[in-house]
Ligand binder design. Structure first.
Ligand code: GLU
Ligand code: MG
Length: 444
């Protein structure tokens, strides 16, 4: 959206009146790390109209701070990060933030812009008569100032005690989330040691991905006020529980929701069946987006409730796709949860891939594979498998026609450059030193 001079002047006046001195705009790179530029508040119009400059190689910054230059993404050239002032939220005393988008110097959208790729996918779904809602879950691990565990008490999965011990922080978090308009469905200390989960309210897909960045920011700032840091690593401590970033998707046509109210298994409609089939069909080629980092494979294993099995099932927490049926206990209606995703994924690319693969299934009329109604580890079903190991995950991603159709070849190639750098740089991904080195890589 473009704003008039008068609108922009009004925004500056409003922000200044709230004590906002700095305005930040962030983009998320191919390795899943959010990066930002800031301007003094009176420069808001420039941030909106001409944008702030960034080298094209911002897209291939790596999780350890190095750069995986490619012939196209190198030291020559300039991109502009533009923000929409209507999206600004005051995230810290004196500081407002908005999600940014990469544009070319000529003003057009840049083909490495993850948020634009998601907007294109949403438009394609709308053209096909589909409305999508996405809800993100964020798992993370609370750390002390030294980067180790925040607490030394005994681990107590979903403990009444462990949440109460963090009550001051969690109350601060709830208040901060409300203040920036972030919908929190629930929050609790989770299964792992100092592991926290927050679930965000469903929104349109672009807002849902923006909210993941905003939620990490709000979590990080609230934790800092309580002397802690937050790890969004998929595998923060070797040998311990991993962090997921599950995504819930609901879809509706003009006839109503597609994952409920139909005549198929568990109330699925034919469209809903094909959407699940599409998500599963494209999944081996999209693990590179959802869980493509050097640490992702250590989490994405059977028994971790991470959805490592290439199948679907009603309320099946080991299946890649868990169907949540509609009914009195489902506040937001029937939806599917993709459990494979971890927090090293770029949320815009992950949501675009999920929605785009559902759309691929619907357009191709793919049939629903048989349900796996029990733990896939003990299931009699002969399941196809996901690629194993980061290198194989990336080869499958490189060969995925859905990835290229949904994200575009420049993004696919940029993501491959960054993740293949990780393969070369970290030959022993399960080593404790790798978990330690990258523990704060995805924190905001
Ligand atoms: N921590 C698990 C993961 O890595 C998820 C546990 C759950 O189902 O909440 O995905
Ligand atoms: Mg969880």
């Amino acid at each position: 959206m473009t704003h008039s001079d008068a609108d922009l002047a009004a925004y500056v006046e409003e922000l200044t009146g709230k004590g906002v001195r700095l305005v930040g705009g962030s983009v998320v790179d191919m390795g899943g790390v959010a990066r930002a530029k800031y301007v003094p508040t009176p420069r808001l119009a420039a941030f909106h109209r001409v944008g702030m400059g960034a080298s094209p190689c911002w897209s291939v910054f790596c999780v350890d701070g190095n750069i995986a230059f490619t012939p196209e993404l190198n030291v020559v050239g300039d991109l502009r990060i533009l923000i929409d002032p209507a999206e600004l939220r005051v995230v810290e005393d004196g500081v407002a933030w908005a999600p940014g988008e990469f544009h070319d110097q000529g003003g057009g959208s840049n083909d490495m812009c993850a948020r634009s790729a998601l907007r294109r996918t949403v438009a394609a779904a709308e053209d096909a008569g589909l409305t999508a809602l996405v809800g993100a879950e964020l798992e993370c691990t609370l750390l002390g100032p030294d980067g180790g565990h925040a607490t030394s008490g005994a681990r107590s999965p979903y403990g009444l005690r462990t949440s109460l011990e963090q009550a001051a922080f969690l109350a601060d978090l709830a208040e901060s989330a409300a203040a920036v308009g972030l919908g929190l469905e629930q929050l609790h200390m989770e299964y792992g040691h100092d592991q926290l989960e927050i679930s965000l309210s469903p929104s349109d897909p672009v807002r849902a991905a923006d909210d993941v960045v905003l939620a990490r920011l709000v979590l990080g700032r609230a934790a800092a006020r309580h002397g802690m840091q937050v790890s969004f690593s998929p595998y923060p401590f070797a040998g311990e529980v991993g962090n997921g970033a599950h995504l819930h998707l609901s879809l509706a046509t003009s006839d109503g929701p597609v994952f409920g109210g139909g005549t198929g298994t568990h109330g699925l409609t034919t469209t809903g069946e094909s959407a699940i089939a599409g998500i599963l069909d494209a999944l081996p080629g999209l693990v590179g987006v959802y869980a493509g980092s050097v640490l992702s494979q250590s989490r994405l294993q059977p028994g971790n409730w991470a959805g490592a099995a290439l199948c679907w099932g009603l309320e099946n927490r080991e299946a890649a796709v868990r169907l949540i049926a509609g009914g009195p206990s489902s506040a937001h209606g029937a939806n599917v949860e993709l459990k494979v995703v971890d927090p090293s994924a770029n949320p815009y690319l992950a949501v675009a891939s999920l929605l785009g693969s559902a759309l691929h299934g619907i357009e191709a009329g793919l049939p629903l594979p048989p349900e796996v109604p029990d733990d896939p580890a003990g299931s009699a079903a002969d399941l196809p498998s996901l690629p194993a190991g980061q290198a194989a995950v990336l080869d499958a991603f490189a060969a995925s026609p859905v990835a290229r159709a949904v994200l575009g070849t420049p993004i696919v190639d940029g993501l491959l450059a960054v993740r293949r750098y990780e393969v070369d740089t970290f030959p022993d991904p399960s080593a404790p030193e790798v978990a330690e080195a990258l523990r704060l890589a995805w924190s905001c």
